[in-house]
Design a protein. Sequence first.
Length: 320
Amino acid sequence: MTEKRLRVAVVMDPIEDIKPAKDTTLAMMLAAQRRGWELAYLELGHLWLRDGVAMGRAHAVEVRDDPKDWFTRGEPRTACLGDFDAILMRKDPPFDTEYIYSTYILERAEAAGALVVNKPQGLRDMNEKVFTAWFPQCCAPTLITRDMGDMHAFLREHQRVVCKPLYGMGGRSIFVLEAGDKNANVIFETLTEYGGRYAIVQRYIPDIVTTGDARVILVDGEPVPYALARIPSATDNRGNLAAGAKGVGRPLDDRDRWLAGQIGPVLRDRGMLFVGLDVIGGFVTEINVTSPTGVRELDRQFGLDIAGSLMDAIARRRGG
């Protein structure tokens, strides 16, 4: 039986600015193209609504696995987004108001027949830091608050904590604090904007130094059998590749599989086909649903085709 040829639109940051050797979105586009699927490229500014209809200024695009010449982009044409079989929403955070507006547009495309990956409502509902609260059994002690007094109390209780904003990515504005640190006041003031904005404080997990911040990837609710452990550099606390951490693949352990079993089915049932769990010392610290990465590193280290598995899931949902 011949597989149905799908029309796939990809909403992403400017393709000319990506790092092709590491970019997960490019891996997805290459996997779709290998199947003979038709690819279109859009940026956030190319989307709009007209009389309730989701529209886009779509560019036909051809991609190549070449670090010096990875794409050819055609001239734009106006398209009804609901006419695409699938739309990959791969715009990186910050998860700001503009991002939320884009999910409304994509939800109208979904209503018109497109499969949006990940589901627009899920993107709005599942803040990557806050949504860990739905799985407290999987997480280390965590506080989300605007109250700086509560933050100080949490720091005294746990003696060492990680503090970060709710909207960032790539290790931006992440602080590690120890009890008695005279920088605590200014860090809490900065993150909460003097009590006017929510921030997250988590108990520090020392395993990050030795075993790293592991990215466990879920495709349609099922975990990829290997995790990408991101080991911080000697001069940084952050286990983020964008912050200089080293990515080392490892097989999933029993705890990883248990965490995936707790979280994966819930997210699959809510339309989240491609998710990254951040796991430190056996605890989930974030549930990444916007634009999870790590695919290219795991593919290279273990001979996988993770993006191909995602295309399989998309094809199944589209009856291909």
